[in-house]
Design a protein around this ligand. Structure first.
Ligand code: CTP
Length: 452
């Protein structure tokens, strides 16, 4: 019996899939089809899949060509499957030509011509209205955002806004994006959504104006500096029926989501302590090193450390203690925020102009989780126990340099109403972070006032 295997996501099952499976079946007597899990698709950069795996498997089965369906959930599985099932022919569409030649060591590899003019991506694009987005602020982050949007279906950057002429003009020339320097309302009229990437102190006002104009908002952290304002902005978004999301990238990475699930699974017992560190030496003269009012270590990087703490221990801590090391003009170069919970402790450390190991350690009553630096770009982690010889290693990955595309994909799903609820970063968690920011600002202001 000649055994054939093929793989795919088979999202929004279409004619191209049907033809591929039909011809794959004709290559032998027994066809095995591997259907990808959502987690694996996320890791390999296939974002915004519409159909859940059950539906995708059913659709493959309903063609009548598959004799067996299996799940594909990790890199390297193809080699395992070929050996395990005694495969004679591995086949995929010609869009993959050459990519799997290394499997020729194990079986015959055949790339079948792809059916022209159809793909899942195309169907996904057709189903959803393209979200027209404008970028507010054309500084360091804007070009990265622009690049990452090209990897997400359903979004188009149509314009940008920056009241500073020079920055606006050079952005327009370099990226061919229409850029407004005044008439904020006219800029807003051209878009469905905005990405706020302006200086920290301008975030909340832009969010407010955009939300009140009925625009969806993705805002860089920190969105605001006070609890009340954060709560008010989320209320305004609700009233105006728009999505408001604070952009803490780590929250949307597949590896970080897996880490949270493992930490909650009981494998390390009750969580007793969390320690998260984010530091960057940084460049002299940059905002985080010079802006004593609205920047510094904690305002730039503190949200990262608070994220796993609030996700795993909740936002109802009993006490918080904030200590900083201050540099020139009273800017914090290092800040340590210590939370006390009923049955646990947690520390978020942020440094600008200071370097330490960027690890995340979650200690429990049965073991601990160690996420090595840079933990905020979660690619894998260890679960370790009393016995130093026993280590469970979890491997995950994501595409792109900084995971920004996962945050954008989540935002687009939310705008389209296909993203489920906001469990990855809730409004409540974002508001709780603004509360800590407020406490930090009060303390730093007092220190700076005493300096003057
Ligand atoms: N395929 C094909 N002809 C098409 C589309 C897909 O032969 N027009 C093949 C692919 O080459 C692959 C299989 O169908 O062998 C499953 O592809 P999958 O990646 O699930 O579908 P795509 O439509 O290519 O998905 P996407 O647009 O998300 O990349």
């Amino acid at each position: 019996m000649k055994k054939v295997i093929t793989y795919g996501s088979f999202d929004l099952f279409h004619e191209g899939h049907y033809q591929l499976l039909k011809r794959a079946k004709e290559l032998g007597d027994h066809l095995i089809v591997g259907v990808t899990t959502e987690h694996y698709d996320l890791m390999r950069g296939k974002l915004n899949l519409v159909d859940p795996i059950r539906v995708r498997m059913e659709n493959v089965w309903n063609t009548g060509f598959a004799d067996e369906i299996i799940v594909e959930d990790h890199e390297g599985q193809k080699v395992e499957d070929i050996q395990r099932y005694g495969i004679d022919v591995f086949t995929l569409g010609s869009d993959w030509a050459g990519r799997y030649d290394y499997l020729k060591k194990y079986c015959e590899v055949i790339y079948l011509p792809r059916t022209a003019g159809i793909s899942s991506s195309l169907l996904r694009d057709e189903r959803q209205k393209i979200v027209r987005i404008g970028i507010i602020g054309t500084g360091r982050i804007a070009p990265r955002f622009l690049k990452e949007t090209s990897f997400v279906s359903g979004i188009e950057v149509v314009n940008a806004y920056n009241p500073e002429e020079e920055s606006a003009r050079s952005f327009e020339e370099k990226y061919q994006i229409k850029t407004w320097t005044d008439h904020f309302e006219s800029f807003l009229e051209e878009v469905d959504a905005v990405y706020v990437a302006s200086p920290n102190e301008t975030h909340s006002e832009y969010v407010r104006k955009s939300v009140l104009s009925g625009k969806h908002v993705l805002c860089e952290k920190p969105m605001t500096f006070t609890y009340n304002e954060a709560a008010e902005l989320y209320d305004l978004a609700k009233e105006n029926r728009v999505t408001l999301m604070e952009g803490i990238r780590t929250a949307y990475l597949p590896g970080f989501l897996q880490l949270l699930s493992v930490a909650r699974s009981g494998i390390i017992g009750e969580i007793c302590d969390i320690e998260a560190t984010f530091t960057r030496i940084g460049l002299p003269g940059t905002r985080e090193m010079t802006d004593e009012k609205y920047s510094g270590a904690f305002l730039e990087y503190g949200s990262y450390g608070m994220l796993p703490i609030f996700k795993l221990l909740g936002k109802d801590y009993e006490d918080v203690r904030i200590e900083s090391v201050y540099g020139k003009k009273g800017i914090d170069t290092f800040t340590k925020v210590q939370f006390r919970y009923k049955n646990a402790l947690a520390t978020a450390k942020a440094g600008a102009g200071v370097k330490s190991e960027g690890e995340l350690i979650i200690a429990g009553t049965k073991g601990y989780i160690l996420v090595k630096s840079p933990w905020w770009l979660t690619r894998g982690f260890d679960v370790r126990y009393e016995d130093p010889g026993k280590i469970d290693h979890f491997e995950s990955s994501f595409l792109g340099d900084d995971g920004l595309r996962y945050e954008i994909a989540e935002f687009i799903s939310k705008v389209n109403g296909t993203g489920g609820n906001d469990y990855k970063l809730t409004a409540g968690e974002s508001i709780a972070m603004a509360d800590v920011v407020e406490k930090f600002m009060e303390k730093r202001k007092a220190y700076q006032a005493a300096l003057a």
